[in-house]
Ligand binder design. Structure first.
Ligand SMILES: *[C@@H]1O[C@H](CO)[C@@H](O)[C@H](O)[C@H]1NC(C)=O
Ligand SMILES: *[C@@H]1O[C@H](CO)[C@@H](O)[C@H](O)[C@H]1NC(C)=O
Ligand SMILES: *[C@@H]1O[C@H](CO)[C@@H](O)[C@H](O)[C@H]1NC(C)=O
Ligand SMILES: *[C@@H]1O[C@H](CO)[C@@H](O)[C@H](O)[C@H]1NC(C)=O
Ligand SMILES: *[C@@H]1O[C@H](CO)[C@@H](O)[C@H](O)[C@H]1NC(C)=O
Length: 499
């Protein structure tokens, strides 16, 4: 997948809420605090239930207080703790980069008690950060260099969106430090991703011997062979790391091989970036795809080939697979069902504290800063689940409550493969491959009862569809490596962990 800042930021926002690995220490204070004020000091496990009992679910959602832009246009609002607050953004060029960077100035005063604090989340479509304020004075928050012209223009015109968070969220937000570096496109970002996977998934990464890029022989590859891709660097790397963590998978992206009647090799991929920077479904000549992955993809993709098992290959209807691929070509990447296959996992055994409230919070923020994107990502899908049309998120919450359906129940209603969205049928990277398998007959005779849009990448590579006997792999496979793998790693230097 090429970099799509919005989905990555969605993931980053999710991170802000989901990681509570670092819980603030319980302070032994014996002062008559208001329970709301001490919440930030309590471990999350304690603060969360208290917070829930003090508020109704809707009150817990982050509230948008406004957008801060240039100093000529200072914004002012009332917080939960500090009643008088102002903020503005200073544009500067300290690093001498093309678009410069920014500093947020925020002045908080008139606290209603000396023990309270306000926690804020600051977001543009390109970054999410947060801070909390305890003392009446002017604070500054360094935003750093703008991502590029798009962010610079966005902040100039629309400003940085500011959300007031419930004080009990502090423990959750603190963990941001653990995951924020995941999104940096540097060697440091890469080691953060690996560190995160080691720490939270118990994954081990061993360097494998060269060659790190395999010279594959096209004759040994067949239609339906599966590509498992793992990006460990940059934005997509961070996004994938999270996806891996949430879904328990070791690969974050997938694609599939197809051969045409002349024996020419192609790669079908949902999530390929076109020239306009949109992620779409594409069928590309192998040489072109490979050239990009080897020389141009800055996310440092690790790529493995999982050949179909010979019995499956015999079953694979190439004509039907091509018909499916051609019918999907050019359609947008399936954000609609990406989120819902995650949520299905979340419902079963999500990493705490991810819960329906957290999901609703993330959606609230995104509804605000990228309304069109939010509608694309989940509003339409939620409407489908309710059998309604065109409701926005607050109306969806109301409607679902009216029917006695809690929001978390609504989220877990399964996606149907035949749902058609306003931009067509939706297929995430793995849904695209599996739907092709379904059309090609691999799920026969039970294909009618399979909803592939509910599969995660891990569900896919665990299918008993692939070669299980390493002695039947092509001879160029894992050349020079003494560890026997049941698949071919064709690019890069770490062996996939624990598979
Ligand atoms: C503020 O307003 C003045 C006068 O209207 C203008 O010259 C200046 O460029 C503005 N500054 C910013 C940061 O927009
Ligand atoms: C920042 O400084 C660099 C180098 O002096 C210059 O090329 C660039 O245009 C400046 N950017 C802005 C936004 O002023
Ligand atoms: C890859 O293999 C082909 C044929 O097996 C050979 O002609 C070519 O030189 C090899 N390329 C590299 C970079 O080793
Ligand atoms: C393969 O798929 C095509 C197109 O869907 C169909 O016409 C053909 O009968 C199928 N072949 C087999 C062997 O099922
Ligand atoms: C693996 O494949 C080889 C060569 O086809 C065969 O001799 C061997 O029995 C197979 N092993 C298993 C466990 O099926």
């Amino acid at each position: 997948m090429a970099s799509s800042p919005f989905s990555v930021l969605f993931a980053a926002t999710l991170v802000v809420f989901t990681s509570s690995f670092l819980v603030p220490q319980l302070l032994a204070v014996k002062l008559p605090f208001h329970p709301r004020d001490v919440l930030p000091l309590l471990p999350r496990q304690v603060s969360w239930p208290v917070l829930n009992s003090l508020h109704s679910a809707a009150d817990l959602l982050p509230s948008f207080v406004g957008s801060a832009s240039s100093s000529n246009n200072t914004m002012e609002w009332k917080g939960a703790c500090f009643y008088k607050n102002t903020a503005w953004v200073e544009f500067h060029n300290r690093t001498g980069s093309e678009f410069g960077g920014g500093t947020l100035h925020i002045k908080v005063s008139n606290a209603h008690s000396w023990t309270c604090m306000d926690i804020y989340l600051f977001a543009t479509p390109y970054r999410v950060t947060w801070d909390y304020y305890f003392l009446s004075r002017e604070h500054t928050l360094e935003l750093g260099e703008w991502e590029g012209k798009a962010e610079y223009d966005y902040v100039r015109h629309k400003g940085v969106s500011i959300f007031l968070m419930q004080a009990g969220m502090l423990g959750t937000l603190r963990a941001l430090w653990d995951v924020f570096p995941l999104f940096t496109n540097t060697g440091w970002g890469e080691s953060s991703n690996i560190g995160f996977l080691k720490k939270h998934m118990g994954a081990s990464f061993d360097e494998r011997p060269k060659p790190w890029v395999t010279n594959i022989s096209v004759n040994d590859i067949h239609s339906g062979d599966f590509l498992a891709i793992s990006k460990i660097r940059g934005r997509w790397g961070g996004f994938e790391t999270l996806e891996k963590w949430v879904t328990g998978s070791y690969a974050g992206h997938t694609a599939v091989f197809l051969k045409d009647s002349e024996g020419k090799l192609w790669v079908g991929e949902s999530g390929n970036e076109n020239e306009q920077g949109e992620d779409i479904i594409a069928v590309l000549p192998w040489e072109e795809w490979w050239e990009f992955e080897v020389n141009k993809d800055d996310s440092d993709p690790h790529i493995a080939l999982l050949p179909l098992h010979p019995d499956m290959r015999a079953k694979f209807n190439e004509t039907a697979a091509w018909e499916y691929a051609r019918s999907m070509e050019g359609k947008p990447y399936g954000y609609h069902n990406l989120i819902f296959s995650w949520i299905d996992t979340i419902d079963k055994n999500y990493p705490p504290p991810l819960d329906a409230h957290v999901v609703a919070s993330v959606m609230t923020i995104w509804d605000h800063i990228q309304p069109a994107y939010a509608a694309n990502m989940w509003n339409e899908a939620l409407n489908k689940r309710l059998g309604t049309q065109g409701l926005d998120l607050p109306d969806i919450l109301v409607e679902s409550e009216k029917r006695g359906l809690s929001f978390d129940k609504l989220l877990t209603i399964p996606e149907q493969d035949d749902w058609v969205y306003n931009d067509g049928k939706s297929a995430s990277c793995v849904a695209f491959v599996l739907e092709m398998y379904k059309e090609a007959g691999l799920f026969d005779p039970i294909s009618r009862s399979i909803e592939v849009t509910e599969f995660t990448i891990k569900d896919a590579y665990m299918l008993k569809f692939f070669e299980s006997n390493s002695s039947r792999l092509p001879k160029w496979c894992n050349e020079g490596d003494n560890v026997e793998l049941p698949f071919c790693q064709i690019k890069d230097y770490y062996r996939p962990p624990n598979c």
